[in-house]
Design a protein around this ligand. Structure first.
Ligand code: F6R
Length: 580
């Protein structure tokens, strides 16, 4: 939710910021803006995506600058609400990721003191407050106003007359890239990659003063030092690499990602021991990560016999008596506000905490006692695909390591068949889906979360209403929706629930709803009941979970492309949901 970048060094700052914002555009794409010092302050703003911008910030000169790409919270997407925000004299520029919760009160006070506001944002109070406290030292002025702000922020600030870039972090991520004679800042490490792999991850309460000659960090008024970490990702991983969309590239990376995640999880690790020793586990997660976690809960209950439940992170606080000895936060980005809050709460309630995440140095890695990385590489598409598969790979490997029932054969099968599943012909299924008003995804057992995830993928990028249901629930209400315009999509493989799934599909067919079924080699029974049958190779139930999830990702992708949608940046969404 909003991405910020900053630069000071020997290059044109506007171009470094623009390229950095392109890398961060997955965080928000309502509008963007850049400010540079040369030595006077110049500002450029644009409503809409950076990539769609007909004009550009290239005319801005100067080797120090800041930039912002926005996901609107306070105020509609418009030029006046786009960052950077300025003080009344237009000398101080601020970009902000987060929310200033007490901005209304601060704004009233400033207005009483005669300040006229130019935007509807919460952010604009910050440059005005700094201007009130500024006496020729930007860093000191920033430090003196930060205690007035309630809420979350990552801030970058510049002012005319000083070659300094000031940064501050509280609850929103901020990374400093340390280059040779230059510094690049970003909401995550992606904008840094073209310049350096050396990164400092700021802690909450940190304020930093950065010039091209060096930087200092303070926390609670005291100078502190922070470790420099080597970023594992490289710049090429964050590029489209010849694919039409990031989403397609990331879907096609899944065979490699699945294998990488499996091999990165070792039996003798503290994280695996923590799960092994738990009597009961609660998982807190949102969206796709919650769907992947549900698969884990079925595996843990069914194979390892450890009670494991998933609570949507945003709901965790409404269960005040809930306590399990281990709470796991699962988050691709490691920055999802609800997951972080739930994990902090679990810690306060005395649970042990484990984070499962993809992003090195993300906030969740500091909140939890232990971290397990899924190592999927950078995921740029707003719709999560390879991160889901890597989470499922991690869960399957954990169960494999914990249980007497070894999954080695099943895991090898998945590795073998993942590449070939990517070329499955889905044209008939796409034709049915793109003309639908509602799509119902159904599944039982492990295939219930597969249905939830399939529906989530479809709705977020195709904008077709899609819902996932436990197949047994269909008769308890959703049956009323069935019609020739509401295709039902299901994975149906020969496991213990096959007979009852077949009965469910026949009941659906009797109500004239078209059926798309993913089944092993599409046997005669499935061919009879389904309008479209998508064949799976003869793999285990666990293999079918992974392979059918990938098929459903491709189905959503191809449907959205056929409808002409912007697959990588769906309307109203942002990848990293850093506000509650
Ligand atoms: C859907 C999607 C979201 C995220 C959710 C949690 O495709 O990407 O539902 O899964 O916002 O994000 P993380 O995993 O970063 O906590």
């Amino acid at each position: 939710m909003c991405g910020i970048v900053g630069y000071t060094g020997y290059r044109e700052a506007a171009e470094v910021c623009r390229l950095g914002l392109l890398r961060l555009e997955y965080r928000g794409y309502d509008s963007y803006g850049i400010a540079t010092l040369s030595p006077s302050l110049s500002v450029y703003k644009h409503v809409g995506k950076i990539s769609d911008s007909a004009t550009s910030s290239n005319h801005l000169r100067g080797d120090t600058g800041i930039g912002h790409t926005r996901w609107a919270t306070h105020g509609v997407p418009s030029e006046k609400n786009a960052h950077p925000h300025l003080d009344a004299k237009k000398k101080i520029a601020v970009v902000h990721n987060g929310i200033i919760e007490n901005y209304a009160e601060l704004r009233r006070g400033l207005e009483e003191r005669g300040v006229v506001f130019a935007s509807d944002t919460d952010t604009e109070v910050i440059p005005h407050l700094i201007a009130e406290h500024y006496t020729k030292n930007l860093f000191q002025a920033v430090e003196s106003i930060l205690p007035m702000l309630k809420g979350s922020y990552a801030l970058l600030i510049i002012t005319e007359g000083e070659d300094t870039l000031v940064a501050a972090r509280n609850g929103s991520p901020l990374v400093l890239g340390v280059g040779d004679g230059e510094y690049v800042l970003g909401s995550d490490a992606l904008p840094l990659l073209d310049y350096t792999r050396q990164a400092v991850y700021f802690e909450d309460g940190d304020t930093a003063e950065i010039t091209r000659d060096g930087f200092t960090i303070h926390n609670k008024g005291v100078s502190v030092s922070r470790n420099i970490t080597e970023i594992e990702w490289n710049a090429d991983e964050a590029k489209k690499g010849g694919y039409q969309h990031y989403m397609l590239k990331e879907i096609f990376e899944q065979p490699e990602v699945f294998a990488n995640t499996l091999s990165s999880i070792k039996s003798k690790s503290e994280a695996v021991d923590m799960i092994r020793n738990a009597h009961a586990i609660t998982i807190v997660a949102c969206g796709t990560s919650a769907n992947a976690s549900m698969i884990f809960s079925y595996l843990m209950e069914g194979i390892c016999h450890i009670p494991t439940r998933v609570i949507l992170a945003s709901e965790f606080k409404y269960f005040p008596t809930m306590f399990t000895d281990l709470v796991i936060g699962v988050s691709q980005s490691g920055e999802t506000a609800d997951t972080l809050a739930a994990l902090k709460l679990a810690k306060d309630r005395g649970s042990q905490t484990l984070a499962i995440t993809n992003v090195l140095g993300s906030t969740i890695t500091r909140v939890a006692s232990l971290v397990l990385y899924t190592r999927a590489g950078p995921e740029m598409s707003v719709a999560a695909t390879k991160s889901f598969t890597s989470q499922v790979a991690a869960f399957l490997q954990i169960v494999n390591l914990l249980s007497d029932y070894k999954l080695e054969t099943e895991l090898s099968e998945i590795k073998r068949y993942l590449p070939e599943i990517l070329s499955t012909d889905l044209s008939k299924a796409v034709d049915l889906c793109k003309n639908a008003t509602t799509l119902l995804y159904i599944g039982r057992g492990l295939f219930y979360p597969v249905a939830l995830e399939g529906a989530l993928k479809m709705k977020e990028i195709s904008y077709i209403h899609a819902e996932g249901y436990a197949a047994g629930e269909l008769k308890h209400g959703p049956f009323a929706l069935l019609s020739p315009k509401t295709p039902v999509i299901s994975t149906c493989v020969s496991n213990c629930v096959y007979p009852v799934m077949m009965s469910n599909l026949k009941e659906i067919k009797a109500r004239n709803a078209p059926i798309i079924v993913i089944g092993k080699n599409c046997d005669k029974d499935l061919e009879d009941v389904a309008d479209v049958c998508i064949p799976l190779p003869a793999v285990s139930e666990y293999g079918a979970v992974v392979l059918s999830s990938v098929i459903l990702q491709l189905l959503a992708y191809q449907t959205a492309v056929s409808l002409g949608n912007d697959v990588d940046m769906p309307r109203n969404l942002a990848k990293s949901v850093t506000v509650e």
